[in-house]
Design a protein around this ligand. Structure first.
Ligand code: NAP
Ligand code: MG
Length: 497
């Protein structure tokens, strides 16, 4: 403890070696936490320790928050051109370092390199999109007649942000993009399972010309550093992505401290509906991507596939074949689609759900077991004969496990789709666009994908209905979440002129 250097050499199994920062990134410097405590970071595909990193505790969060408050004084009134320049440079640096960043992500999280590469490209694209917003976040003049002049301003915020382990860099980009664009400042905590890429991005932020203290990044545990952020008296806002259970804790802590603003991006049990008239092969591809992308560790995974009875048997047969053709294993192999689950805890949780599905009478169509190799691998698993009351049909598994449910009518599909406490996303597959739009109108979810799935764009907002969250990320809407409105009403006396 305390002897760990602030930078260590890491050798990634694909042959790349690089210098990994280990400290807390505060005021554009990597520093030791007050008590110099470290924790181990594991590679899920090898079950080996990659390195240790330093852990932030409450007093370190206080220091980071003070840095964000100090930086706010100038950054919040900075020229949009400066913020745009930083964002564009950051996006370029991410592109230039794409191979290294995707390798770090794969080593730390276990996801396939294919998937990591996609994440990095999306993160760069999102920062670039935010760069375009810097000089478009404006206020209004409100004409109320008479002798008053009224205008509104969008005032940026001092934020705390807590991100999960499933898309470390991508979730970081969804959090930091609007902070940098609006002139807000932040303290961001990465997930304990995946601290490495956030610290590397910190280095790139400084290189991109970001003034000190604007973005501070710490590694640490949810119950300590995360809780300190959620309950901090000096933060204007907390943004969180993770489980619904922890989301509720965050909201409670925010309410009981200083009523800071809260945005939550939480879990889901999203339906993916295939109608008889859908293009069969395309739908199969979107069902597979919908549930097995990122080894199923996706908040909006299409984990409940609802299939119309006329094509049920055909879909089941094709899905089985497609799932069995998925390459699971060494995440650095370019052909691997599914890498390891993020941790032993997460893998065990998924395997327990699989057991419960078997016990409750669902039929395993494919997979259903842990992978053979060392590492936290789970086979792509499909359950048929699933009934609504079963745990696997109701609860978020957050792994490569999908339930297939048969339906007859459009009304029945809508009812099944909405039979959940969540409302993050839904998929609809049909060649009849009127049916697709009609069904989309009736499904309670923040994102509806038609004839596609897990298909994101920086301009399109993302977020949940019901227990899936509060607020939106991306699109134009996110900038409302990172500013508050100030209205100025001036009494004039223009009668003499
Ligand atoms: P989690 O506990 O919700 O963790 C997400 C983030 O919140 C992490 O940074 C975590 O820190 C932090 N955190 C945990 N407890 C906290 C607290 N009391 N106060 C403040 N922050 C806290 O998720 P998980 O345990 O890693 O995964 C459990 C389940 O969450 C998954 O099985 C899945 O269902 C869901 N999940 C959803 C998403 C999503 O994108 N919506 C992402 C990940 C997980 P530490 O990592 O240091 O504990
Ligand atoms: Mg890790």
């Amino acid at each position: 403890m305390g002897n760990l250097p602030l930078e260590v050499k890491v050798e990634i199994p694909n042959g790349i070696s690089y210098t990994q920062p280990t400290g807390l990134f505060i005021n554009n410097e990597f520093v030791y936490p007050k008590d110099k405590k470290t924790f181990e970071d594991i590679s899920p595909a090898t079950e080996e320790v990659i390195t240790e990193v330093y852990e932030a505790k409450e007093e370190d969060i206080d220091i980071a928050v003070d840095a964000a408050i100090e930086a706010y004084k100038t950054w919040s009134v900075s020229k949009p051109e400066l913020r745009q320049k930083v964002l564009l440079k950051l996006a370029d640096l991410i592109d230039e370092n794409a191979e290294l960043l995707s390798s770090i992500e794969t080593y730390d999280n276990g996801k396939s390199l294919q998937n990591s590469k996609g994440d990095i490209a999306l993160a760069a694209a999102y920062f670039r999109s935010c760069a375009g917003w810097c000089d478009k976040i404006t206020g209004n003049v409100i004409n109320t007649g008479g002798q008053h002049f009224n205008y509104t301003q969008r005032v940026p915020l001092v934020c705390g942000q807590i991100i999960p382990w499933n898309f470390p860099i991508l979730m970081l980009s969804w959090k930091l993009g609007p902070v940098l664009a609006t002139g807000s400042t932040t303290v961001l905590k990465s997930a304990e399972q995946t601290p490495l890429s956030a610290l590397y991005i910190a280095k790139l932020l400084a290189e991109a010309g970001m003034p000190k203290g604007v973005v501070n990044i710490v590694s640490g545990f949810g119950k300590i550093a995360g809780a300190a952020i959620a309950s901090h008296m000096k933060l204007d806002k907390v943004a969180f992505t993770g489980s619904t259970l922890v989301g509720k804790t965050i909201m409670k802590a925010a309410a009981e401290s200083n009523l800071k603003k809260v945005t939550l991006e939480l879990g889901g049990k999203s339906p993916n509906i295939v109608f008889d008239d859908a293009d069969l092969d395309e739908s199969i591809q979107h069902i597979i991507t919908g549930i097995f992308y990122n080894s199923g560790e996706v908040c909006c995974a299409g984990s409940r596939v609802l299939i119309q009875s006329g094509i049920y048997d055909k879909v089941v047969a094709k899905l089985k074949k497609a799932a069995e053709a998925i390459k699971v294993g060494n995440p650095f192999d370019p052909d691997t689609f599914m890498g390891a689950q993020v941790s032993e805890v997460q893998m065990s949780k998924i395997l327990q759900y699989i057991e419960s599905g078997k016990e409750q009478g669902a039929k395993v169509i494919s997979g259903g077991k842990r992978g053979d190799a060392k590492g936290y691998f789970v086979q792509p698993t499909i359950f048929g004969d699933v009934e609504g009351h079963m745990k696997i049909a109701k609860e978020e598994i957050f792994g490569p496990v999908v339930t297939l449910i048969k339906f007859d009518t459009v009304e029945e599909a809508i009812e099944l789709a909405n039979d959940t406490e969540y409302g993050l996303a839904a998929g609809i597959h049909s060649s009849d666009v009127n049916k697709c739009i009609g069904v989309a109108n009736k499904i309670n979810a923040g994102t509806i994908w038609v004839n596609t799935y897990n298909d994101f764009h920086p301009m399109v907002p993302f977020g949940g209905f019901h227990s899936s969250g509060i607020g939106r990320e991306m699109g134009e809407e996110v900038f409302n979440e990172y500013t508050q409105t100030k209205a100025v009403r001036i009494k004039l006396n223009t009668s003499r002129f």
